[in-house]
Design a protein around this ligand. Sequence first.
Ligand code: AMP
Ligand code: GLY
Length: 427
Amino acid sequence: MNILLLGSGGREHALAWKIAASPLVTKLWCAPGNAGIAREAECVALDITDHAAVIDFCRAGKVDFVVVGPDAPIAAGIVDDLNAAGFKAFGPTKAAGQLESSKSFTKALCRANNIPTATYEHFTDADKAKAWIRARGAPIVVKADGLAAGKGVVVAMTEQEALDAVDMMFGGGFGEAGAEVVVEEFMAGEEASFFALCDGEHALPLATAQDHKRAFDGDRGPNTGGMGAYSPAPVLTDAICTQVMEQMIIPTLRALAAMGSPYKGVLYAGVMVTKDGPKLVEYNARFGDPECQVLMLRMMSDIVPALIACADGQLKNFSLRWFDDVALTVIMATKGYPGDYGKGFVIEGLDEAAKVEGVEIFHAGTRADDGKILSNGGRVLNVCASGKTVTEAQQRAYAAVDRIKWPEGFCRRDIGWQAVAREKARS
Ligand code: AMP
Ligand code: GLY
């Protein structure tokens, strides 16, 4: 079959790598793709915000199935438009995708269905938000309601920080995304990522992962899209995964189906494991980036039938097999990220790095020019490794990182620290 993958990040490189390995695939395109994806798929310079152009491409290429990687096209209704044009796609509709694109939608759904999450209030008025903050005190969390590239959240440790965040958001600090604000209780605990494929009615849990959102070692510095990840996440024990399925995923699917917007695609729950059990931090309507990269390395089964089963409502009785080895990924980003950074720096040593045992390198912001690989974004490379333990995978990933010559890049040196500490404590 002919498949079109939409996106250009490390997540999409990992998806392209996994989809390309399927014997079901005749032709794989990726729009717009990147220099690494070009090894797995034919990259096409399509503007994916132009849905009519995407549909024209599908017609011309006789595309059988479209896989949507990032959140922006989901929020823009690409799946609705593809379906209306007669094309099958992996990913939720715009209405179901509100689980990610509208925090207030999700919080209201949680409240109505007793899904464990932080208590919250939704505000369109700065003074009322501030009064609520003053009444509850810090720590407290202030969130812009819309999509803000993962940066629309202020975890305020002091009341003043929270009040300033309200002013910043209503003052347009996040543009449209800050016109409405959610203020919620601070949840203390360890956070991890839970993924389930969904077909509108049934859910199939995938492997778990944990990512590292802060820019610098020791979980310090500004929040980013994610600086590294590993799978599985030991904090999500089998018992907790069962609770997440029963208390979050299943009631969410039921609620969306009852609204007439069944959720199809991958549902990504950010979960805080608190002393009172797992609580939902947020939902995303897509795979995590970089969590997807480690999930794809661990998935033994062909992914393509699973993605199609989501779109077809055929997940019941479906199962997937996984490798026991753990996987870990280190993100190499351009110095300055998540703030301003330059582009066009030459990256060398990738082939040598990829020779380290168990290592697979996925590209995020890269482009090829005259046989050279150039940086072309904030997060640039995902240096991934498998291993028997997180400690082993971490050593392999960093051995590969050390072979990459890119003075303008940086990475965290402590990806996987929680699991490595657990492994040390056990040995
Ligand atoms: P979000 O975009 O909602 O995932 O928030 C970004 C990050 O802020 C999360 O991954 C958490 O680390 C943190 N966070 C969000 N909400 C809370 C909360 N209620 N309590 C503690 N930390 C939170
Ligand atoms: N790794 C966090 C995200 O994809 O949102």
